[in-house]
Design a protein around this ligand. Structure first.
Ligand SMILES: [Zn+2]
Length: 112
């Protein structure tokens, strides 16, 4: 079930017509002369959370990159044994995955 809302067209301010640089009047291409457009509220919310998610994914990838640099630094030095290597790798990925999943769960919850 979509929540739809009729809003005044921003392009023509509800007149249904636009005036171009040559003072020529034309039918508004956004609302097709209606003056109002139907906006899907759910769709807008989804787009917003998607851009927020994208930002979070990028930050997680940056954090992972730093994590790998630190990890390989100690790995090459030979400070880590096999067990420590496996534990650190799994823990790092689990943290990244749970962060993204946790973010998605919080975002999908209805706003109070
Ligand atoms: Zn319009």
């Amino acid at each position: 079930m979509d929540k739809k809302e009729e809003v005044i067209c921003e392009r023509c301010n509800g007149t249904g017509f636009i005036t171009d640089e040559k003072s020529h009047q034309d039918v508004c291409p956004v609302c097709l002369g209606l003056g109002t457009i139907i906006q899907n509220k759910e769709k807008i919310t989804l787009t917003h959370s998607k851009s927020g998610l994208k930002k979070n994914v990028i930050w997680t990838l940056i954090a992972l990159s730093i994590y790998y640099v630190i990890f390989f630094f100690f790995y090459i030095r030979g400070d880590l044994n096999i067990l420590a290597t496996v534990v650190i790798l799994i823990a790092g990925h689990m943290a990244a995955i749970s962060y993204i999943v946790g973010y998605m769960i919080i975002k999908s919850l209805p706003r109070l």
